[in-house]
Write a protein that binds this ligand. Structure first.
Ligand SMILES: Nc1ncnc2c1ncn2[C@@H]1O[C@H](COP(=O)(O)OP(=O)(O)OP(=O)(O)O)[C@@H](O)[C@H]1O
Length: 618
């Protein structure tokens, strides 16, 4: 038995229940405080909504905007959905089943989910074309599908093997025209590097197919973006039409319209208007002029429609030519719409086949949105881009350059730029150089400067659209014969021009976009020959240039290191030359002003196009 009982005072009867209740109460209070804080925060957000859109909501009362209380609940329930950046703007749908009206006029900045681009099969599965121009296996002599007349012309021109694009595309086109009735030939897009022989790829099959039929109709139309290119293609076309009986017309504006008309159409008593030519090579702008003004000009019997430099032609819509040409073809074929008919027996057997469209370019983006406008019929794509690139978005921008092309860039300050150019031309003895500037004015100044500076050592000629055709041809001839070392040009001549034996391309001013870059550098390294292309950049242009390359999915190109000692001694000569250049330009401007005054005073002299060697005009 215990003697003592010790009782400790523990207050009133506190039972476990009470403690429990107190703890719960405390928790409740804390929760309420938390909720109040939350409500306070959300209230701020709601106030901003109300303030910002008070006016809008008044205007759209009929749409019954949300009750503030409801909105409060909604916000409470979805606290996390109101994010920092869209505070006061975004109204999220409540998790309750409440229907929320969209208040018109409120911008919804909800992030859109990225749309995965799915390419049509013909673009995602192109026929792959090799870029290798070194190991050619397709001998011209052995090709049974090629007409003997064409074989002879090719061999006379020194062409013994076909390039890969020719080897693949020419037989394909020939076979397409052997398809049984009522099948139509597929339209074709070809994207192959510069200098890979695209011109013969379309000229040879056209000639071979047309030479088997005789007719007084225009049966092939080759459209180019500029006069120089049209002239060049017409020349090749005429060469390969030798002994075939086919006739070619060039419609480019290099001769007056009425002369082209006389050469093109003839009126006969028996048949009315007949065409004097089978193949027309034209610029897009001139085509529209003939469609509108030349009596009897008809594309009813057109079998081939070739668009060379297709991407450039679309960039630069001349006289809305595609609309006019489509309209003309539609009317001639009695079609209600120029859209491609659905592929079924009725639609294609009822209708005469539309001309086969052949699109060519070194920078033809396989972008469905851009290609849509051509209205292609069951098209096929031939591309030199690696097939692995055809899986995603990359292919849209992917441009390839020839394997034989060495690309480099050099960085310097503005003062060093001419010194570096002179160093490359004179001290490194770079010959057969095509140099690009970004304006006709700087091309002229640079030409004058280099001729003054490099007297006896350097012959520099400026090639601009101001020169007439004969003068231009004479420049090319002298260039080939090494009488001219450097041609200075603007981008007007960057595309398609086949300058024989150009060994170097220098971009004195950097190109403005990736397509211009690809075409500029593509003036060298053509037809399997080695070429070097250098871009001169100011230090602050380097990042822009890298971005430009990335925009075309081009891998980085190496930097050319030129030590300062290599060109610093040229400074004195440069300073003397620049003074001379200023004097010459000044005299030219004075002469120009004097001439225009004379003209104004009534002189009847007509301004002529500048002749090569004439220094008096700019
Ligand atoms: N099979 C071949 N063998 C040798 N040379 C060829 C062959 N095919 C074409 N060439 C020559 O290659 C050069 C380039 O050809 P072409 O002008 O057709 O190139 P391209 O692909 O149209 O270039 P660009 O995209 O710059 O217009 C021309 O001088 C042409 O005569």
């Amino acid at each position: 038995m215990d003697l003592f009982i010790i009782n400790r005072y523990i207050g009133e009867n506190v039972d476990d229940d009470l403690i429990d209740r107190e703890t719960k109460h405390l928790q409740k209070l804390k929760q309420k405080i938390e909720e109040r804080k939350k409500t306070h925060r959300n209230q701020k957000a709601i106030d901003t909504i109300t303030l910002k859109h008070e006016d809008t909501e008044k205007q759209f009362e009929c749409y019954k905007p949300l009750e503030t209380e409801n909105l409060k609940d909604s916000v409470e329930n979805n606290d996390k959905e109101i994010t920092e950046e869209n505070k006061g703007i975004k109204r999220k749908k409540s998790t309750n089943d409440r229907v929320e009206f969209k208040v018109l006029g409120i911008s919804d900045f909800e992030k859109k989910s990225k749309v995965q681009r799915v390419l049509p099969r013909w673009l995602s599965h192109p026929y792959s074309v090799s870029k290798n121009l070194q190991n050619l296996t397709c001998k011209v002599d052995n090709q049974l599908w090629l007409h003997s007349i064409l074989k002879n012309t090719l061999l006379n021109e020194g062409i013994t093997h076909f390039f890969p694009v020719q080897e693949q595309v020419i037989p394909f086109i020939l076979n397409e025209h052997k398809l049984p009735y009522p099948l139509w030939p597929h339209d074709i897009c070809v994207s192959a590097p510069t200098g890979s022989g695209k011109t013969l790829t379309f000229i040879l099959p056209i000639i071979q197919i047309l030479m088997s039929e005789i007719g007084h109709y225009i049966r092939a139309l080759i459209v180019l973006p500029v006069q120089e290119l049209a002239t060049q293609v017409a020349k090749v076309c005429k060469k390969y039409c030798t002994n075939t009986g086919l006739r070619v017309a060039l419609l480019s504006g290099s001769t007056p319209l009425h002369q082209e008309q006389q050469h093109l159409m003839k009126y006969t008593e028996s048949s009315g208007w007949i065409s004097e030519v089978d193949i027309v090579v034209c610029t897009a702008g001139r085509l529209v002029e003939h469609l509108q003004n030349t009596e009897g000009f008809s594309l009813r019997h057109l079998k081939f429609l070739v668009i060379d430099e297709a991407d450039r032609i679309m960039d630069n819509i001349q006289n809305d030519w595609l609309y006019h040409m489509d309209r003309h073809i539609r009317l001639e074929h009695n079609l209600v719409t120029s859209k491609v008919p659905p592929l079924n027996w009725n639609s294609i057997s009822d209708q005469k086949s539309l001309p086969q469209k052949l699109l060519f370019s070194a920078t033809l983006s396989p972008d469905p949105e851009l290609l849509e406008q051509w209205g292609l019929y069951q098209p096929k794509l031939f591309s030199a881009a690696p097939i692995s690139d055809f899986e995603g978005e990359h292919l849209i921008k992917k441009y390839t350059t020839p394997d034989e092309l060495i690309e480099q860039f050099v960085t310097c300050s503005a003062e060093e730029k001419p010194l570096i150019l002179f160093h490359l031309l004179v001290e490194k003895k770079w010959d057969k150089v095509l140099c690009f500037t970004n304006s006709a004015q700087s091309a002229h100044r640079l030409t004058v400067l280099l001729n003054e500076w490099g007297k006896e050592k350097l012959k520099v000629v400026e090639l601009s659209s101001a020169l007439d055709r004969t003068s231009r041809e004479s420049v090319f001839k002298k260039f080939t014969q090494s009488e001219v070392n450097v041609i200075i040009s603007t981008d007007a001549l960057a595309r398609g021009i086949d300058i024989p034996e150009c060994s170097y391309v220098i971009s004195y001013d950097p190109p403005r976009n990736i397509k211009t870059y690809v075409h500029r550098v593509g003036r060298t390294g053509r037809a399997g020959r080695v070429g070097t292309a250098v871009t001169i950049l100011l230090h602050n242009q380097l990042n822009m240039f890298k971005e430009l390359l990335q925009s075309g999915e081009k891998s980085e190109i190496p930097q050319m290191e030129i030590p300062e000692e290599a060109y610093s001694h040229l400074l004195q000569g440069y300073e003397t030359a620049i003074l001379e250049m200023k004097k010459i330009i000044h005299t030219e401007i004075n002469n120009k002003v004097r001439k225009s005054i004379e003209l104004k005073r009534g002189s009847k002299k007509r301004a002529k196009k500048r002749k090569y060697g004439d220094k008096s005009i700019q």
